[in-house]
Design a binder for this molecule. Structure first.
Ligand code: GAL
Length: 342
């Protein structure tokens, strides 16, 4: 494996890893993934040529580390240890992605470890309570590892000086199609695909999920079957959004997403996966915005959005002072044997 660093403007570095059949690029800006290719096929959305112009204004958070809290926090408030915290309502009336001082727009320190079977990039940053209104100052490490088996692993390690909530994710958008056609043909397989309904403000409405495998009567589901389903409950969720923006429970914390050529396998220690099918691509006025609806899909591993207001002191996202937060998610890409086998 080969690793090299390219410096762009504004302190933005690209860290490029070559692994024969695949190559992958990360940046210190938001500790994000910028590019991932299988031969000449881009399997994620991003821009490594003009990363220094593309990312600072991109409102869709391509490939970024999102935190402190990835999903929406209802009414931008939560209670912890009897204290009410009021956050910035950047997704009125809620908070989304940890607010505008979140991890996605920060320049991280980093170091590179070039091992025999993998390359490990450790990105480090500090967050101050006074900057974003969450309790506790935090030390956060985002560790991206790429290995000889074409597996990208992202680990988060963090500590807080006070009890707080912490729920980071990566906002990568996948598209396995060679021609970058819409992802409607991608199929997801897991032993469980339970989808949490959301309300008109995109907030988790209640904790009673819809069993998608049962509703669609299948072992695996294609996005176009979800989008075109006649099931009333599903239609009510899909139509107003033009797609998915929903948390899921998945079986054994793993799933596979595939088209006829590639399979992407995900495994995670986090309890949920938010699947967002890039439903509205019009909010970025930029020549860089070449994206149409459904041109990518996120598989964001995290705790249930708004869990702190749903489960209160039992919320999985609570991180106690001085305890270590750890999570790990892997995404592995492989080429299928032959299109005729499908
Ligand atoms: C998701 C969020 C979507 C949309 C998207 C774009 O995490 O659930 O509603 O905002 O990010 O950044």
């Amino acid at each position: 494996m080969i690793v090299e660093v390219e410096k762009q403007r504004h302190g933005i570095d690209l860290i490029k890893i070559d692994n024969n059949d695949t190559n992958i690029v990360f940046t210190n800006y938001g500790a994000r993934i910028v590019s991932w290719k299988y031969h000449d096929n881009n399997i994620i959305l991003g821009n490594k040529v003009e990363a220094d112009e593309f990312y600072p204004s991109n409102p869709y958070h391509f490939g970024a580390t999102i935190g402190r809290y990835a999903g929406r926090i209802g009414n931008a408030t939560f209670k912890l240890n009897g204290h009410d915290y009021k956050l910035e309502a950047n997704d009125t009336p809620h908070q989304l992605h940890g607010g505008s001082h979140g991890l996605d727009n920060r320049l991280f320190e980093y170091d590179i470890q070039d091992n025999i079977t993998n390359i490990k990039l450790t990105f480090t940053i500090q967050l101050k309570s006074e900057e974003d209104g969450y309790p506790g100052d935090m030390m956060i490490k985002v560790i991206h590892t790429y290995d000889v088996e074409h597996r990208w692993t992202v680990e988060y390690k963090a500590q807080s000086t006070e009890d707080t909530v912490f729920n980071p994710t990566n906002h990568v958008y996948f598209n396995l199609n060679r021609d970058n056609n819409v992802i409607d043909n991608h199929k997801i397989t897991s032993t469980k695909l339970n989808m949490y309904p959301i309300d008109e403000t995109h907030l988790v409405a209640n904790a009673q999920p819809i069993d998608l495998l049962k509703t669609l009567n299948s072992d695996s589901v294609c996005f176009k079957d979800i989008f075109n389903s006649d099931n009333e409950q599903l239609k009510q969720q899909i139509e107003p959004l033009n797609g998915l923006d929903h948390p899921f429970d998945i079986g054994n914390q793993e799933l596979t997403m595939e088209n006829n050529e590639f399979a992407l396998h995900l495994e995670t220690t986090m309890p949920n996966v938010v699947i967002f099918t890039f439903n509205d691509t019009t909010k970025w006025q930029s020549d860089f915005n070449i994206y149409k609806a459904h041109s990518g899909v996120t598989l964001e591993t995290q705790c249930l959005p708004n869990d702190i207001n749903i489960y209160n002191n039992k919320a999985r996202s609570i991180l106690k002072a001085d305890e270590e937060f750890y999570s790990k998610t892997t995404y592995q890409i492989s080429e299928k044997e032959s299109e005729n086998d499908i």
